[in-house]
Design a protein around this ligand. Structure first.
Ligand code: SAM
Length: 309
């Protein structure tokens, strides 16, 4: 309370950006409106991708306290190295708050692991029963560093539209690299997967690519495979907030965290009602293998899907 009272004005203004989303995610508590604007600029993207690593070294420094919290027995179970180009880390990162950002980032990765464990449990599957696992839209490995403690990295494929992220992820975590494309029709992948995990991609896809990617990933499933996706409900919108209402049940905002790396034509912020999602599942030949889990991962709804017989 005291620190809040005496906090400099700019810090207090920052807190005004807290999103009134019904299920606050860790992102919300760190939402700085003016930083958001800066972060989305192309100039910032250039700095983050080309200059920052050279100035600060390739990985974010891990304070001893964080190391002890995450790997208490010094056995290095969780690889704590975070690439400075990791947009998910940068999303948390604010000047003078590196430690807090790192903790929040790692915490969200650990939540992923817990959710995946719960899903496997409810499906009655164990990790060693799955021959090929795909983490689609993997980024620099916020989730991968935890998923590889569950799945053998030799069977864990990582795929993203950002080839540098894929390379960094595969080098760091000994996972199997695959590159994606912005459009689902352009993605060539002959392999089928028993488990496809996609965190926070369908929360960003445009109306034009949403269903296409769902159908394409459904085709990448083995006959008994499961596809896990996450979505934002319309309740995340908090009023209109610049969103384009495209059709009943789906809204889109032309804004993203990539500082110009990805076009807002295909990657922004999307919000969908459960009915709208269910209609898309129907069209993609998918059904719910488990009842969907509202707000189960960082406030996002989690869908556990399988091919319709
Ligand atoms: C919000 S980030 C989430 C990253 C990661 N899943 C996580 O939770 O940390 C979305 C990711 O989707 C990737 N992406 C966007 N379009 C894609 C596409 N067409 N194919 C594969 N990945 C894509 C982005 O490059 C980005 O890494």
């Amino acid at each position: 309370m005291r620190s809040r009272t005496y906090a400099p004005l700019f810090l207090r203004l920052s807190y005004a950006g807290v999103s009134p989303s019904p299920s606050p995610s860790p992102y919300d508590s760190l939402s700085f409106p003016y930083m958001g604007w800066l972060r989305r600029s192309k100039a910032y993207g250039f700095y983050a991708r080309n200059i920052r690593r050279r100035v600060f070294g390739s990985s974010v420094a891990v304070p001893r306290e964080v190391h002890q919290e995450w790997n208490p027995s010094d056995d290095e179970t969780i690889d704590l190295a975070v690439d400075w180009r990791d947009e998910m880390f940068l999303h948390f990162h604010r000047p003078f708050r590196g430690r807090r950002a790192l903790k929040s980032y790692l915490q969200t990765g650990r939540e992923t692991l817990e959710v995946v464990r719960t899903i496997l449990d409810r499906l009655g599957k164990t990790p060693d029963q799955l021959d090929n696992v795909l983490e689609f839209a993997c980024g620099y490995g916020r989730n991968t560093r935890f998923l590889r403690t569950l799945f053998d990295p030799a069977k864990l494929y990582v795929c993203d539209v950002d080839p540098i992220a894929v390379e960094s992820n595969a080098n760091r975590f000994a996972t199997q690299p695959l590159n994606s494309k912005p459009e689902p029709t352009e993605w060539v992948c002959e392999r089928n997967f028993d488990f496809v995990f996609v965190a926070s991609l369908f929360t960003h896809l445009s109306y034009e690519t949403w269903e296409g990617w769902l159908k394409r990933l459904a085709r990448a499933l083995s006959p008994e495979g499961h596809l896990i996706i996450t979505t934002h409900g319309l309740d995340w919108l908090n009023g209109n907030n610049g969103a384009v209402h495209i059709e009943g049940g789906f809204c889109y905002r032309r804004t993203n965290e990539t500082s110009g790396r990805l076009s807002c034509d295909v990657y922004g912020s999307s919000y969908a009602s459960t009915d709208w999602v269910r209609d898309r599942l129907e069209e993609a030949g998918l059904e719910e293998a488990l009842p969907h889990l509202p707000s189960a991962l960082w406030g996002q709804d989690v869908w556990v899907l399988k091919r319709r017989p």
